[in-house]
Structures are given as C-alpha cells and as structure tokens.
Unconditional design. Structure first.
Length: 160
C-alpha cells in the first residue's frame, strides 16, 4: 500500500505524517499522531464517539479519509483544556455529571464546541439537534444538554 505525506494542525500543533492511502483519520490521529482522545466506537459513523472538528466543522473521523485532512486544522478534545484549566464545556460536564461511562464524552464535547462557535446562545432544541449524531448509553442526554447550556451561559458571561 502506498504512503502519502500529509500535514495538518492538530490542536494548534503542526503535524506531519506519512499515511496509508485510504486510511481513516481516526486511526491516523490515534496511532500516527498519538492523540487518543477521539474514541473508537462503532467504526461505522453511527455513534459519534470519534467526532473531531476539521476547520471548525463536525466530522466523524472513522469515516474521514486521512488524506482529506492535509492542510487543515483538526481539533480534538485533547486541545480543549489549557494546561490545568478545563475548557468551560469540560468543567460543565464534570460539574453536571454529564460524563458517566465516557464512551460518548469526547464526541459530545466536540459537537458542543462546534455548536457554541456557530451559535453562542443556543436554545435547548439547538443543543439536542447538535448532539443528535452522538449516542449516549448512560445519561439519557438531559445532563449533557444541561451542561452544554451551562457552558454557553458561562462563555457569554451569564450565570447558568
């Protein structure tokens, strides 16, 4: 199988790798770049655990060819915190018990980040729609939606 060089920004760090043609981005991020934060869930694009942002847009990394990331900005949950300081979404998830088993958390956080970047003051229905591609097996979604709304309020300087 032929290898192809690609370069991308991964959480603001320049990354250059040789990838197999046809390799998916999830495997390249986890095995090649060492970012284990996108989770391997179903491998078929139905669970959302592998959700990453590419140039700010939500993508399922298990279905995304790594070659298409060449020259792009890729964000994963590995880039949310700043040192020991959690991102407001991470803090709200933790405080609101929105992360239980952890299967969906990485994908939920990235879907939420994309939503808040495009709609900083979402309604409950907007949040539900934004995370609809991510399956949760534990929380029943309500704590997740509440956490995202809490983070949105904090990011806007409002109390939740």
């Amino acid at each position: 199988m032929a290898k192809r060089p690609i370069q991308f920004h991964l959480n603001d760090a320049e990354t250059a790798l040789f990838v197999d043609e046809g390799a998916n981005l999830l495997d390249v991020l986890r095995r090649g770049a060492g970012d284990l934060t996108p989770k391997h869930g179903c491998g078929q694009g139905t669970c959302g655990a592998c959700t990453v942002l590419i140039d700010g847009d939500v993508h399922l990394s298990c279905l995304t060819l790594a070659e298409t990331a060449d020259g792009k900005m890729i964000e994963t949950t590995g880039g949310l915190a700043t040192g020991p300081d959690l991102h407001p979404l991470q803090a709200a998830f933790m405080e609101g018990f929105a992360a239980q088993c952890g299967f969906c958390t990485a994908g939920m956080l990235m879907a939420a980040k994309a939503l808040l970047a495009s709609n900083p003051n979402p309604m409950r229905e907007d949040v539900a729609e934004a995370i609809s591609g991510n399956l949760c097996r534990c929380t029943g979604y309500e704590p997740i939606i509440d956490a995202i709304l809490t983070a949105a309020a904090r990011l806007q300087g409002r109390t939740a």
